[in-house]
Design a protein around this ligand. Structure first.
Ligand SMILES: [Zn+2]
Length: 543
């Protein structure tokens, strides 16, 4: 018996109910009881005085890419920024890619860019089934709790390879069986990554088959839509409606037909000319909801996001690699297409910022925009981008800007964040080196500081509900998300008067966010006075 009393805090229990002053009693790894001030709690082995602090359930990162770090023994070095911003649970396996299951057939693909994308050191992939993978993570003792979706792209790679156009017959059956097996072994949902190979090749019938099988297993589907901007390489340029709107409509249609629970991943509007489609997209989601569909979306509070340098290259160029880098005609065509594409989508070379240039000798360009690097190197921005793509084998990690807004023009982002169906995510790669994505450091504190305290866009109770119980509900994480008796003791204590995002020092996000005081995971203190306690790994694999 090991009890801990968190005393005299402002309890925000995650249900959305009004905050109240009270105490939370934890017994071992679970919440035993919650008291209002005035009620006398029983004596406990230890006490934390939470006077002046908010006491809330640990935050759930709805959409993380840090799951790729978890198999590593020393992942805490790259991931401590998550508990330090109040995150106690991540949901992984996003955008179509999960590290499992692995088949013999796909072993040769594991060294390719897809599988190196999310991790700056390579994984050994000494697992095959989803069960083996979760087992490996449990053995590495995760720094936070982790729930894992199985990726549609991974299933396709396991059974069909990279370039297969339409899955049918036995191949489709194998993928579906493998998905259901992953569910049985602990996967919490299925994810699509339809803007990337091989997910982009899937027909609507194929996607329907996956959704139908997920619905039968009572699992949700999350989707990185086929297009996130007005124009994309995934539809013909003659398509009448905006590509992102069309992609959203297609997915809603499939979900309606199959009855699957649908989570739209990172609802972002990429490029300046896409911002005006936000209204229409939000309406489509609201209408679907009104129709009775179980649909929500998630977003991060920044006008930029991390991806790889090759995300800027069209499919035909990538398919022709490595030869396309050396073909005069391919480069010429690319130059013309990018110039036209940038103009139509509303991008400039300044919108691309280097996060991790991968090569030792290029670490001094991390943090710089492509136009700045071009000036340094005395090359055109186009040649600069191609050189980085070629010499890093597409591994350079970039921050793309002009997502749903830009500094001093965040109207669209604000509208998305304030929406009651919006849940919160970092969408961040956590890495050992390079320039950090501010989202990995300060997403949740930024929302609580900027949107709640400074702008009063929504209440603290509403924000916490969307950071906790709403997210737990999406993925059936029954033990998490509220401060109620019987739930696992994932708790964050923060100062609502000071909480805020990670400060930027000399142009670089540095240090820790403000106002996160203590964080408990499964009843164990992991962050004390704002600092991760070295070596403490109290997370669990959620099945
Ligand atoms: Zn994605």
């Amino acid at each position: 018996m090991n009890t801990l009393l968190i005393k005299n805090g402002t309890v925000i229990d995650g249900t959305g109910n009004p905050a109240f002053s009270g105490h939370v009693l934890i017994n071992d790894d679970r919440i035993q009881s919650v008291f209002q001030t005035g009620e006398e709690p029983p004596p406990s082995d230890a006490v934390i005085d939470a006077a002046g602090l908010a006491v809330a359930p640990g935050f759930i990162d709805m959409h993380s890419h840090a799951d790729w770090m978890l198999p590593r023994e020393d992942h805490d070095l790259a991931m401590k920024c998550l508990p330090e911003q109040g995150i106690t649970t991540i949901v992984g396996g996003n955008c179509g890619f999960s590290p499992a299951p692995v088949s013999e057939k796909m072993r040769s693909l594991l060294g390719t860019s897809h599988f190196k994308l999310f991790n700056d050191r390579s994984l050994d992939f000494r697992w095959m089934s989803f069960h083996d993978f979760l087992d490996r993570i449990a053995k590495a003792r995760p720094i936070v709790n982790s729930a894992h979706q199985v990726g549609h792209a991974t299933l396709r790679l396991a059974w069909a390879g990279m370039h297969e156009k339409h899955l049918s017959g036995d191949t489709l059956e194998n993928c579906l069986e493998s998905m259901v097996r992953a569910f049985d072994e602990g996967a919490c949902g299925l994810s699509f990554g339809l803007g990337y190979e091989p997910g982009m090749h899937a027909s609507l019938e194929e996607l329907s088959s996956f959704c139908r099988a997920a619905a039968t297993a009572d699992k949700p589907v999350s989707v990185h839509l086929k297009a996130l901007s007005r124009l994309s390489p995934c539809y013909p340029p003659t398509s009448l409606s905006s590509h992102n709107v069309r992609a959203l409509k297609e997915m809603i249609h499939i979900a309606k037909k199959t009855g699957v629970r649908l989570q739209i991943s990172h609802l972002i509007f990429v490029g300046r000319n896409s911002w005006s489609t936000a209204e229409q997209c939000l309406e489509l989601i609201e209408d679907a909801r009104e129709y009775g569909m179980d649909i929500k979306f998630d977003a991060f509070p920044y006008t930029f996001g991390n991806t790889t340098i090759n995300a800027v290259l069209p499919y035909w160029f990538l398919a022709g690699l490595p030869e396309s880098h050396h073909s005069f005609w391919a480069r010429m065509r690319l130059k013309i297409e990018l110039a036209a594409g940038f103009r139509l989508v509303g991008f400039s070379w300044r919108d691309f910022q280097m996060m991790d240039a991968v090569l030792e000798e290029w670490q001094n360009i991390n943090g710089y925009r492509i136009d700045e690097i071009a000036r340094k190197w005395r090359m055109s921005p186009f040649e600069t981008m191609l050189k980085i793509s070629r010499d890093t084998d597409g591994q350079a990690v970039m921050m793309f800007h002009a997502y749903s807004g830009e500094p001093k023009n965040e109207k669209v982002l604000d509208q998305v964040m304030a929406h009651d169906l919006c849940l919160f995510e970092t969408d961040a790669f956590t890495r050992y080196g390079g320039y950090p994505n501010p989202a990995a450091l300060g997403t949740f504190p930024k929302i609580l500081g900027q949107y709640v305290r400074q702008r009063r866009s929504f209440s603290l109770e509403n924000a916490v509900r969307r950071m906790t119980s709403d997210s737990a509900e999406r993925f059936n994480l029954r033990d998490r998300g509220t401060l109620t008796p019987g739930k696992k003791a994932d708790v964050v204590l923060f100062d609502p008067e000071t909480i805020g995002e990670t400060p930027v020092v000399a142009g670089k996000p540095a240090g820790k966010p403000k106002g996160i005081i203590h964080v408990l995971i499964n009843g164990v203190m992991v962050v004390k006075d704002g600092n991760y306690i070295q070596g403490i790994r109290a997370g669990q694999v959620i099945k």
